[in-house]
Design a protein around this ligand. Structure first.
Ligand SMILES: NC(=O)c1ccc[n+]([C@@H]2O[C@H](COP(=O)([O-])OP(=O)(O)OC[C@H]3O[C@@H](n4cnc5c(N)ncnc54)[C@H](O)[C@@H]3O)[C@@H](O)[C@H]2O)c1
Length: 362
């Protein structure tokens, strides 16, 4: 290694549960990062492998010289722990959701600005190479003007998911905040801000308090409109998790589709990146032959790409792809959808955020 090159980024991980263990494995495998410490009050005995383990983030920050921290503990500790880390001068990769609600997220957004903090929120799907390519196709006008988008995520969760984990049965543990939040974040990333949202919500399939199925209608600020259907009660091969090899916990369907984006000059499905256009040499209307080409993209896992990006953010050589304020807007959209379902009304998303911004900070 060149003597002028910085050594691996020293990272501490807060929360060594389902997600934290994955971060630990990714850090251990990365060349630009090293696992310096773990903080978890009930860390499993086998998780350290010689890495120091602390009871909480405060003890870890006092004892270790860290460059960065990954926070993968319960949602309720996200903001408090992230602010503590930023105040200690370390960079933060914060798992989604950025906060428990939009009102609380404003405290983190303010702290990032006050401390000039380096913070990336873990909406990892944005780092998938097919998402970057689809976004470039949209922004470069390869599809013409975007008219509409449709998204679908459906998979049947096992009954034990609800019977064994009480909070999964209660509001906040349903398909909206656990699953559809990822799709809404990607739709915002691909198609821009949502101006209006209408939501219909159902608990019919499982009969629990929490919703199992949602249908959302979106109007984007660009003028495009869209829809998203999400269910954790319905069997289906359709959704991001089945269309990518991100997690082995889902059956993989090659050439699968999570989103269909239609423009005035072409259509694109994501993440398989099949692009449909008329032959420009012949009349281009609905009776013309359509050709399908696949946009080329180098395969790469989102989580590895996210970690590489985080190393750059921590070193100050890149701006975060998902800053706190951006992730807060995704959270506000989820809350606006819930409000819409409650009121059976269309919600103006900017007005909804402004009403919370005008209230006292959480
Ligand atoms: N990006 C994704 O796709 C994705 C997927 C799953 C979970 N998540 C997020 O990751 C986070 C963790 O979820 P999970 O499923 O791993 O939960 P989990 O319950 O499996 O793990 C949480 C861990 O945090 C530990 N913990 C509790 N209080 C702590 C404290 N004060 N300090 C340090 N550690 C503490 C617990 O002991 C536990 O080991 C959540 O915010 C969740 O939303 C993200």
């Amino acid at each position: 290694m060149d003597a002028s090159e910085p050594g691996p980024l020293r990272i501490g991980v807060v929360g060594a549960g389902f997600m934290g263990r994955q971060h630990i494995d990714f850090i251990r495998a990365a060349s630009g990062a090293s696992l310096a410490a773990i903080a978890d009050p009930v860390a499993p005995a086998d998780v350290g492998h010689g890495t120091p383990v602390y009871a909480d983030a405060t003890a870890m920050l006092h004892a270790e010289q860290l460059d960065a921290v990954v926070i993968a503990g319960p949602n309720a500790m996200h903001v408090e722990t992230a602010v503590e880390c930023l105040e200690a001068g370390v960079a933060v990769l914060l798992e989604k959701p950025v906060a428990t609600d939009y009102a609380e997220s404003r405290r983190l957004v303010a702290a990032v600005a006050r401390l000039d903090g380096r913070l990336l929120v873990g909406h990892h799907r944005r780092h998938h190479p097919s998402v970057a390519r689809a976004r470039a196709a949209i922004l470069d006008g390869e599809l013409g003007e975007i008219v509409a988008v449709s998204g679908l995520w459906s998979a049947r969760k096992e009954d034990g998911y609800f019977t064994e984990t009480p909070w999964h049965r209660r509001p906040g543990g349903g398909v909206m905040l656990i699953n559809a939040v990822h799709d809404l974040d990607l739709l915002r990333h691909l198609c821009g801000e949502v101006a209006e949202i209408q939501a219909m919500r159902s608990s019919h399939a499982r009969g629990l308090d929490v919703e199992d199925t949602v249908s959302l209608s979106l109007r984007f600020e660009t003028g495009a409109i869209g829809s998203l259907l999400a269910s954790d009660a319905g069997v289906s091969p359709w959704g991001w998790d089945q269309a990518t090899e991100e997690t082995l916990a889902f059956p993989y369907l090659p050439d699968g589709v999570a989103y269909r984006i239609v423009g005035t000059r072409g259509a694109l499905s994501v993440p398989n990146l099949a692009k449909y256009t008329y032959d420009p040499a012949v009349a281009a209307d609905w009776h013309s032959p359509l050709s399908r080409t696949y946009l080329p993209v180098a395969p790469r896992g989102s989580f590895q790409a996210q970690l590489d990006h985080f190393v750059d953010v921590a070193r100050g050589t890149a701006e975060p792809l998902v800053p706190a304020e951006d992730a807060a807007r995704t959270l506000a959209l989820v809350e606006a959808a819930a409000r819409s379902a409650d009121l059976r009304a269309t919600i103006d998303v900017e007005q909804f955020r402004a009403s919370i911004d005008a209230s006292e900070p959480a």
